[in-house]
Design a protein. Sequence first.
Length: 127
Amino acid sequence: MLKKPSEEFIKDGAQNVTQKDVEKVIIRSEEIQRKFSAKGPLARFIEDGKLLIAIVKDYWAGTYRQIPYGVIASSVFTLIYVLNPFDMVPDVLPLIGQLDDVAVMGACLILFEQDLHKYKDWKVGQG
């Protein structure tokens, strides 16, 4: 039986995030963003997906460091999970294949909601 993605799943995955994973998210950010803009279950996370990509890019560039690295690692883990078509439930299965992506995304957003709000407020202040 498959383990339901949870906050613990995100934290465990974040522990294995490497510098190469961060670079992968930055390099493939447009491809990741397309996963959110596609029709289907991830469509409701379009803005959240953009926010996670932006926070990783700003952290990597050194422009935003007022956040624990664990939040960045968890964001990277979540974005790579969404990008990977062969995760717990393969994305080739219509609709069902994206439900685990939705669960992982939701768990990440719940886990770091306050940190993401602080970043969003900072980002708005930069504009």
